[in-house]
Design a protein around this ligand. Structure first.
Ligand SMILES: C[S@@+](CC[C@H](N)C(=O)[O-])C[C@H]1O[C@@H](n2cnc3c(N)ncnc32)[C@H](O)[C@@H]1O
Length: 549
């Protein structure tokens, strides 16, 4: 992969980071790379060394060659347990039965094995940031010490020098700080909409150099072969940093900052974190219970311990109070049966008295409700609600995720499908006429096209790529359907005109009859025209008779 699009610089705050080597347009490819390693999350399940799918405790085998790698089945078609790794494991003192008993050690062990069979890659891994000092004495340090370091030492997989150099902690730090969340291959929509099911992490040496910004300017996708593609989500000017959002875009600033501090060891001061409205999205704002007019926002976003303030009456709210209100809201949502739509609507209405409509808790709840509407009967009421929720979410997403965005694509996909179903139902029930139906379908078509403008950047061999494929055929069908309805309208108009003409003739004939009984001059004149027609008719009749003879 040529590096003409970006260059790597270094400074005291970011360490190494990427900048655009030239202007990069939205949608342009920045880099594409295969992973050095794929492994489970720290708390993730046991996975197959070959295909990386999760495996149940009872249903695995060991690689027949090295007797150590854990595989999902003898027929597994994955390619990640390479011959080099197999040979390295063959000579490793750690055996499969030991690893199966202590799966958290398998990912660091596989990484350490690269030292012997991929020395160049190993050197690059050692250059990645492990944040050793920030992690020392922390719970995660102690955890890796027990589950990985003690285990590998016990099984004689570490030299004294490795122990002295704290090699295990260094490797665990590199993996925790630098890996990307990836999904198991051939994942479906359920996995897309449930990030907790994205249980794998991949180490990509080039992409790991992107610095973080909560308002990232890249769009990342990983296909079923774990190939990572980084594209610009918006135009990136020459020499500007290339940013990836390490945090969840749907979290409020305090949760994102906490995640970054605890997992990536820095405090974020990006434009979104420094703006109490979070780019106008108000995704963390609450209603003021004193004045009922203003929104409660963090007073000084640069101060991580700042109190909050009403934008209208300026009442101050302590930071801990806002935190506990949000926790209480979260608890109520978690306690609500996610399959019970009435209960969800009721908790939404209740929480909307405290939280602004765009608050991240409300966004999460509304996303779950949209998911539920997919399973409920498509009544006019359900479809109207679904359209309303999707439109509201689009309004939030357009503020916090400008440019090409997966979350916008998936919401637009839901939106257009509800719009189409609703328009047809309204037409069937005669709530709208045929030209209103065409207008509504055309509106849905434009949403579907907008959705495709995002989805077309997804790799074909990925869950979103498969949705893109479906959306393309749906667009074709929708266009045909709109065209057919337009033709129907045209034919109906022609038919109407013909009927009108026919009824005019009938009226004329009747008028003629009345003329014959001795009336109006005008009618007589018209009658003359008719007379000529009759004459022509007679002539035609004569011609027909001649031919017969
Ligand atoms: C995935 S690494 C990026 C590569 C790393 N800079 C290097 O030199 O290897 C993530 C680390 O980069 C630094 N970093 C990235 N974005 C940052 C930001 N916006 N502010 C401060 N530090 C940042 C932090 O140290 C973070 O833990």
């Amino acid at each position: 992969m040529s590096k003409t699009n970006y260059k790597v610089l270094k400074n005291d705050i970011l360490g190494r980071y990427m900048v655009a080597a030239r202007k990069i347009k939205a949608g342009e490819l920045i880099l594409s790379e295969t992973p050095v390693l794929i492994g489970p999350q720290v708390d993730g399940p046991m996975i197959c060394f070959n295909c990386c799918k999760g495996i149940r405790k009872a249903g695995y085998i060991f690689c027949p060659k090295c007797n150590t790698a854990i595989l999902c089945s003898p027929k597994c078609t994955g390619k990640l347990h390479t011959e080099e790794e197999c040979n390295a494991l063959k000579s490793s003192p750690v055996k499969g039965e030991d690893l199966a008993e202590n799966t958290p050690a398998s990912f660091p062990l596989r990484c350490i094995l690269l030292r012997s069979h991929k020395p160049e890659t190993w050197q690059q891994i050692l250059q990645l940031e492990p944040h050793m000092e920030e992690r020392r004495h922390s719970p995660i340090w102690r955890r890796h010490q027990i589950t990985v370091e003690h285990f590998l030492r016990k099984h004689k997989a570490l030299s004294d020098e490795d122990t002295l150099n704290e090699l295990v902690q260094r490797i665990c730090g590199v993996l925790d700080v630098n890996t990307f969340e990836v999904r198991p291959p051939n994942s479906n929509l359920v996995v897309i909409t449930n990030p907790e099911k994205q249980c794998l992490r991949g180490l990509y040496l080039n992409a790991a150099l992107m610095a973080h910004d909560c308002n990232g300017n890249t769009f990342l996708s990983v296909d079923d072969d774990f190939v990572l593609t980084v594209k610009a989500s918006v135009d990136i000017p020459e020499n500007s940093p290339i940013y990836f959002n390490y945090a969840n875009v749907l979290q409020g600033s305090s949760d994102r900052r906490q995640h970054l501090r605890e997992g990536k060891y820095f405090d974020c001061f990006c434009t979104r974190c420094n703006d109490s409205t979070e780019m106008g999205s108000e995704i963390s704002s609450l209603h003021c219970h004193r004045c009922h007019k203003g929104l409660i926002r963090v007073k000084d976003p640069k101060d991580l311990n700042s109190d909050w303030e009403c934008s209208y009456c300026k009442k101050m709210y302590r930071r801990w109070l806002i935190r506990s209100i949000v926790e209480e809201g979260r608890r109520r949502i978690e306690e609500t049966d996610p399959t019970n739509m009435k209960a969800m609507e009721s908790v939404l209405n209740k929480l909307l008295q405290t939280f602004n409509n765009n608050h991240h808790l409300m966004v999460e709840l509304q996303q779950n409700m949209i998911g539920n509407y997919m399973r409920l009967p498509p009544t006019k009421n359900n479809l109207t609600q679904k359209v309303r929720l999707c439109e509201n979410l689009m309004n939030v997403f357009s503020k916090i995720e400008p440019g090409i965005s997966r979350i916008k694509a998936l919401t637009l996909y839901q939106l257009q499908s509800a719009m189409i179903d609703l328009a047809h139902k309204q037409y069937q029930d005669k709530d709208i006429n045929i030209s209103q139906l065409i207008t509504k379908l055309a509106e849905a078509e434009s949403k579907l096209k907008e959705c495709l403008a995002h989805l077309l950047h997804e790799p074909p061999k990925s869950p979103e790529g498969r949705i893109c494929h479906m959306a393309l055929s749906e667009l074709k069908m929708l266009r045909t359907s709109i065209g057919n309805i337009q033709k129907e309208v045209m034919f109906a108009e022609v038919d109407d005109k013909a009927k009108l003409k026919k009824s005019r003739r009938k009226v004329d004939r009747e008028k003629k009859v009345s003329v014959n009984t001795g009336d109006h001059k005008e009618v007589k004149a018209e009658g003359n025209v008719k007379g000529e027609e009759t004459a022509e008719g007679k002539a035609k009749g004569r011609r027909r008779n001649k031919t017969k003879k």
